[in-house]
Design a protein around this ligand. Structure first.
Ligand SMILES: Nc1ncnc2c1ncn2[C@@H]1O[C@H](COP(=O)(O)OP(=O)(O)OP(=O)(O)O)[C@@H](O)[C@H]1O
Ligand SMILES: [Mg+2]
Length: 687
């Protein structure tokens, strides 16, 4: 399960309702912002659809009117409803007859009783009888004199001003809503992702160490950050805006069809081309995007690994071959990226071609209609805008579909990570160690342990039936060849892993019955490789515990012989520590970690001696420090230099996961067994 978390390969994932609904649960906390954002989005969409329509009215009714709605009262008075009244249908024209004003080069006429048609309708005008004929219908015609025609023009102009102002106002609202929509949406998405990231971080903190054995840190880091980016992109660019695209698409088609069905069909005759190229694009884009992602991940991993290992690379003079390796990966990535550029470079122009084709058809047929007076000019203009408006969301949607797919895969990986249960867990109501009378008695009873969860044979076990006891205050030393299981014993005592068989007790209580934090609170530990955090010397000793005063830190540092070198640093205890304390020597780091372990005054102390060589002077300091700090507490020392442990109360000799010998220094030497061999070996080496 967890092994999949870092696989770059399975990036493909189609829409998954289950994952989506889980994602939406996170969105819930931001529902108000999202809701407002969607409202504004609806507003923008409505305005996008409405603005071309307003243009159409301006052109057809006022700029170049062929027909204009008026009302003629019984005494031949003329009522001009204004543009808002017309749009909203709120004008009062009771008793008056709905008519149109028709203008041609010779003059303007009112055709009584003829209602304005959706587009201009043909009729024959007979000025001698003052009638107009349309089909079987005969209408009475009034000829407008010059004054009335002028009045009409003034009316048109003022309505045009109204319309222009309205349009400006609508565009302003559209601008503001669009801003609000984008801002709120991004804000909400960032918050959602922020919450998820916090949850993931604290989840990762709760994971048992075996999880980190399985999941390499570098991959985990890039996975979490990339996947969260994908999810963020999905929230900001896909979910809500796709809804907008769909609405805009549907809305455009409906509005167009309502205005003129014939022209709509003409415009959409290029649809097969559009759909075909969109579906080809989607498939190709997915492939190349996947390739690009896999390759960028490879570049990142290579970079991280090689920069970390730069020292070794330089020591072994491997710059050239590593460079060649990197060059190959980098070239691979370049090729995929160019391929991706190809796909996009073809898709957009193809869609533009389809758009131009639609536009040409529209101009050809629609233009012809306009010349023949069967289509109003305004309709044609509006259609040009709508057509453009129709193609944009199609392009966007095709591209967003891929984001959706990869973010689905990302979400799945994130959820997989979140679903991973910590293996080492606290029981329901854990027992408590006595904080005041903590004794620090340790016992291992026939402990069997394997790092794999499903050990098959005895060979799979790293510890095989280990039993020993440490009485309160005793110093126990663990020695043995590398890989014999010494560090493992220490990890188990801290309950970083759970054992398969046997029992480990502290003060007589099985550590599985204890709260992990309670247990670890009583154990001070100095690990084989000391890890320092970025910060300063003080903060590395204090480790976030503000109860520890600066005086206490100095006192302890003096005690463990660390004060000497710290006070020589330019800024003393405030000297910044760069990543992992690279500027300090191994011995200095070790002394620092003594101070760190001791400052909490733990009842049990564990020392896993560094294997690296330390100069004789520092070694003496360390030796002296160890002798001091083991006093008054149970101590478990993993020793590589046997000189360190000659005074230990008990020395345990490990080999291949088993205890081979146990006893005091002198006893073991007298035995002439393994310990004796190790000891004579070290001394013959002059150590
Ligand atoms: N996290 C881990 N996952 C799997 N196997 C591990 C892990 N840590 C250690 N091992 C294996 O367990 C065995 C014991 O390792 P351990 O670190 O306890 O040895 P050690 O006695 O501390 O050696 P050294 O003296 O080199 O520190 C080794 O064979 C090692 O390969
Ligand atoms: Mg070790």
């Amino acid at each position: 399960m967890a092994d999949n978390i870092h696989h770059e390969q399975d990036i493909e994932k189609s829409f998954d309702a289950h994952i989506m609904s889980r994602l939406m649960k996170y969105a819930k906390s931001q529902w108000l912002l999202l809701f407002l954002s969607i409202l504004m989005m609806l507003m923008v969409t409505a305005l996008d659809l409405g603005v071309p329509y307003v243009t159409k009215i301006a052109i057809d009714d006022y700029i170049s009117p062929k027909q204009q709605l008026v009302y003629v009262t019984a005494d031949e008075g003329i009522i001009y409803p204004n543009v808002f009244e017309r749009l909203l249908g709120t004008y009062d024209a009771s008793g008056a007859e709905k008519s149109i004003v028709y203008t041609d080069p010779a003059g303007s006429y009112i055709i009584k009783g003829m209602a304005p048609a959706k587009s201009f309708e043909f009729f024959t005008l007979d000025l001698s009888s003052r009638t107009a004929k349309h089909g079987d219908q005969v209408y009475q015609v009034l000829i407008l004199d010059n004054d009335a025609a002028a009045l009409m023009k003034t009316h048109s102009k003022s309505q045009l001003v109204t319309l222009t102002v309205t349009l400006g106002f609508l565009l302003l609202i559209s601008f503001l809503s669009s801003f609000g929509h984008t801002y709120l949406l991004n804000y909400a998405s960032q918050k959602i992702v922020y919450n998820m990231r916090e949850q993931i971080f604290s989840h990762i903190q709760s994971m048992s160490l075996s999880f980190f054995d399985k999941n390499p840190v570098g991959r985990l880091v890039t996975r979490v950050s990339n996947d969260m980016d994908n999810i963020n992109e999905m929230f900001t660019n896909v979910v809500v805006s796709s809804l907008k695209d769909f609405l805009l698409l549907g809305g455009t088609v409906i509005v167009m069809a309502l205005i003129d069905l014939r022209l709509t069909l003409i415009c959409f005759s290029t649809m097969p081309l559009v759909l075909l190229s969109a579906s080809i694009f989607r498939k190709r884009a997915r492939e190349v995007q996947r390739a690009v992602k896999v390759k960028i991940a490879r570049i990142n991993a290579t970079l991280a690994e090689n920069i970390n290992g730069m020292k070794i690379i330089q020591i072994f003079n491997k710059e050239k071959s590593i460079y060649q390796d990197f060059d190959k990966i980098n070239t691979d990535f370049l090729e995929s990226s160019i391929e991706e550029t190809h796909v996009y470079a073809i898709f957009r122009p193809t869609m533009n071609l389809a758009y131009s084709l639609s536009l040409s058809l529209l101009l050809w047929f629609g233009g012809g209609d306009a010349i023949r007076n069967t289509v109003d000019l305004g309709v044609l203009v509006a259609f040009i805008t709508y057509t453009q408006q129709f193609f944009r969301p199609i392009m966007d949607l095709s591209e967003k579909f891929n984001i959706l797919q990869s973010s689905m895969a990302s979400a799945e990986r994130i959820f997989m990570l979140l679903d991973e249960k910590p293996i080492v867990t606290n029981i329901q109501s854990p027992k408590k160690l006595d904080p005041v009378n903590f004794k620090g008695e340790i016992a291992f009873e026939d402990v069997w342990f394997s790092y794999s969860n499903t050990p098959q044979t005895d060979e799979d076990y790293v510890l095989k039936g280990v039993s020993f006891k440490a009485k309160p205050g005793e110093a126990i030393a663990l020695v043995g060849a590398t890989g014999s299981g010494k560090t493992t014993i220490i990890s188990l005592l801290n309950r970083f892993y759970d054992i398969q068989k046997g029992r480990i007790t502290v003060d007589g209580i099985d550590i599985k019955q204890l709260d992990k934090h309670d247990l670890r609170h009583h154990i001070g530990i100095v690990l084989q490789d000391v890890f320092l955090f970025s910060g300063d010397i003080k903060s590395n000793i204090r480790l976030y515990n503000q109860d520890i005063t600066d005086e206490k830190i100095k006192e302890i540092s003096r005690y463990v012989n660390a004060h000497h070198f710290i006070s020589k640093l330019p800024k003393g205890y405030d000297e910044p520590v760069v990543e992992r304390g690279a500027t300090l020597s191994a011995g200095q780091r070790q002394l620092l970690s003594f101070a760190r372990a001791l400052v909490f005054d733990p009842g049990i102390l564990i020392l896993d001696e560094a294997t690296s060589n330390i100069d004789t002077e520092t070694e003496l300091l360390i030796q002296d420090a160890i002798n001091k700090i083991i006093k008054g507490r149970t101590t478990l020392i993993v020793a590589h230099r046997l000189s360190t442990i000659q005074h230990a109360d008990k020395i345990i000799v490990m080999s291949k996961g088993e205890i081979k010998e146990m006893g005091r220094h002198q006893e073991l030497l007298a035995n002439q067994g393994m310990y004796y061999d190790l000891y004579t070996l070290q001394y013959s080496e002059g150590n």
